[in-house]
Write a protein that binds this ligand. Sequence first.
Ligand SMILES: Nc1ncnc2c1ncn2[C@@H]1O[C@H](COP(=O)(O)OP(=O)(O)OP(=O)(O)O)[C@@H](O)[C@H]1O
Ligand SMILES: [Mg+2]
Length: 250
Amino acid sequence: MQNIIEFKNINKSYENKAVLKNINFSLARGEFLVIIGQSGSGKTTLLRMINAINCPDSGEVLVNNENIFLKNQKELIDLRRKIGYVIQGDALFEHLNVRENIAYVPKLLKWDKKRIENQILHLLDMLHLSKDFLDKYPSELSGGQRQRVGIARAMCANANLILMDEPFGALDEITRTSLQNELKILHKEKNLSIVFITHDIKEALRLATKIMILNQGVIEYFGDYKDVFTKANSEFSKKLLESYKQNRLN
Ligand SMILES: Nc1ncnc2c1ncn2[C@@H]1O[C@H](COP(=O)(O)OP(=O)(O)OP(=O)(O)O)[C@@H](O)[C@H]1O
Ligand SMILES: [Mg+2]
């Protein structure tokens, strides 16, 4: 199986504080990796290295077997346009309407109007969003609708790698579950590779094919989601999983 992402000996510090410590993993194409860990554990920093927004102090990041930090500026821009990114806190462009938000990257890629419109309609359909929203502005949408638009925007240029930073945070349980189900279907149908951050272990177990547990910049577990209860044996992992088991019993 071909790897879509590989991290080799990645280290990163901010102001002398190590945020990522010797990170090594590889992810095969088509996997759904969910990263869990406490606030400040380095999840967003790690995710933003995959599209070269953050640069490591040492080590290599390979995407599609290419070292992305050897690319020039133009190649990096091309790479970012091929990777969908759902930003923590659903940062939609407030001055653009829904259609313009979703069409943002395909427009930069100079797709013709008809192709963009067809793609938008297809995504609205898949994400159960009404066409009536297309001319609305983000401030006129509910939280769940905004997050759907964020996902549509990340997927519009047919990216096959999607990075999602707590995309379903701050949603009620029903909306969250329905978006999780839609994302699972999209993952399968479009054969996507996804890296997804959450604090919610229940969400992780629903979505993941692979799970990473990150604690203070160190990978404490990386492996199949099915094995997490038997093989994630570090103190921190056990504590994290224990809180999940207890919640489930209550
Ligand atoms: N640009 C920056 N400059 C200085 N410190 C930073 C910067 N970005 C992140 N950090 C620090 O690095 C650490 C990891 O941050 P990161 O955003 O990766 O955490 P996280 O796991 O995504 O947390 P959360 O769950 O709260 O989003 C934190 O201590 C944070 O304060
Ligand atoms: Mg974060």
